[in-house]
Design a protein around this ligand. Structure first.
Ligand code: 5GP
Ligand code: ZN
Length: 113
């Protein structure tokens, strides 16, 4: 298995895991860009957001639900946070396993990119 996030899901690589259920897992980013920087991923390998079929998009809703819960748990919900999903090269996606970034704990740039 070459995918690093699949290896984290399988327990082959360590992670600072904050949440998991049958479909979704969340762990702290190894190179945090903000005081709170959590990655929310599907346990199943889906490389890109663009690979999601129409009947799979509810997975993103589940990931948002987990992100909202963790934002409250991390104490950033009130002041605000940002959820980011990049898809593909121009989207800035480096790890080809679908993931959502939860960023908070400081004032993020007004610029989106
Ligand atoms: P991308 O740039 O693909 O949207 O984000 C990938 C993220 O995964 C980066 O923020 C990077 O720091 C994080 N990352 C890469 N490898 C690992 C790892 O082995 N463990 C954890 N926890 N995060 C990782
Ligand atoms: Zn994977």
């Amino acid at each position: 298995m070459e995918c690093i996030f699949c290896r984290i899901v399988a327990g082959e690589l360590p992670s600072d895991t904050l949440y998991q259920d049958d479909e979704v897992m969340a762990f702290r980013d190894i190179n945090p860009l903000a005081p709170t920087h959590v990655l929310i991923i599907p346990k199943r390998h889906i490389a890109f957001l663009s690979d999601l079929s129409d009947d799979e998009v509810s997975l993103i809703g589940r990931m948002v639900g987990v992100a909202n819960k963790l934002a409250r748990q991390e104490g950033v919900a009130e002041k605000g946070y940002r959820l980011v999903i990049g898809s593909g090269e121009d989207g800035g996606q480096v790890v080809p396993h679908l993931h959502m970034h939860l960023l908070g704990g400081r004032r993020l740039s007004d610029r989106l990119c």
